[in-house]
Ligand binder design. Sequence first.
Ligand code: NAI
Ligand code: A1CAB
Length: 264
Amino acid sequence: MAKIGIIGIGNMGYAIAKGLLKQYGKEDIVFTDVNQDRCAQVSKELGIDWVKTNQECAKLATYIVLAVKPQYFDPLLEQLKDTVTEKNVIISIAPGITTTQLKEKLGEEKRVVRAMPNTPALLGEGMTGVCYDEKSFSDEEKHAIDSIFTSLGKMRIVEERLMNAVVCVSGSSPAYVYLFIEALADSAVKYGLPRDAAYEMAAQAVVGSARMVLETGEHPGALKDKVCSPGGTTIAGVSALEEFGFRNAVIKASDACFKKCEKI
Ligand SMILES: NC(=O)C1=CN([C@@H]2O[C@H](COP(=O)(O)OP(=O)(O)OC[C@H]3O[C@@H](n4cnc5c(N)ncnc54)[C@H](O)[C@@H]3O)[C@@H](O)[C@H]2O)C=CC1
Ligand SMILES: O=C(O)[C@@H]1CCC=N1
């Protein structure tokens, strides 16, 4: 089995490592990070080997996931360009950095995949948008790329021009969902519900509602209508949300997120 190397074992690198362990053996994965205390701690927890340098990691792995912040990409790519070869599959999960830019820095002959995962990958419940130039990869490699991302949850191949939209709806959106869960729980605590019950109920409402969308195939608006009894409690709540611009606030969040991707 070709090894998967992860460079940067922070929030997302760690989530990917943990998600991969659902489908891959510990011996199939290797990682590194400039923070070597972090490496030692993650290695102890997950039982995966780590190496001291990015070059060592790149030499050991065929599939190399770049999981550092976009602002560190230039020195990272400079460091890797003579170590990675045309045999490697380089997977960048950075927002806003295009496959063209990656190849410009690594060498035109290098093969790159751009992906946008999200942190629920940690539980195998992630969602990843992926794009790459199909002609550059063998069927076996395409299968391996599929297998890496499906071990983290769901994946969809998207056109590269849509990757910033994927950041909006998937990469960044868990943060908005956590804000919603926190606020919803607070609102119930305000009326006396104990905090642990409030978090469980708010989070399960999100899980259950999301599964209704995915598994019934019904339009979210139709599902919303089934909760809103005429003259009832829910429509009173929906009306208050709309008064405060709930849907528009979400759309504005994506506008800000998209703009930020463009600036990277
Ligand atoms: N956190 C998230 O939900 C998501 C993050 N991403 C992307 O994943 C990448 C990593 O993000 P996070 O994990 O959130 O950041 P993070 O800051 O939690 O982790 C980055 C890790 O990279 C290490 N690092 C920094 N420079 C390095 C270098 N030159 N060589 C090796 N390691 C180095 C840091 O010590 C740190 O542990 C970013 O490009 C981010 O945009 C993508 C999707 C979701
Ligand atoms: O906030 C960020 O920049 C990264 C990309 C998507 C989620 N987190």
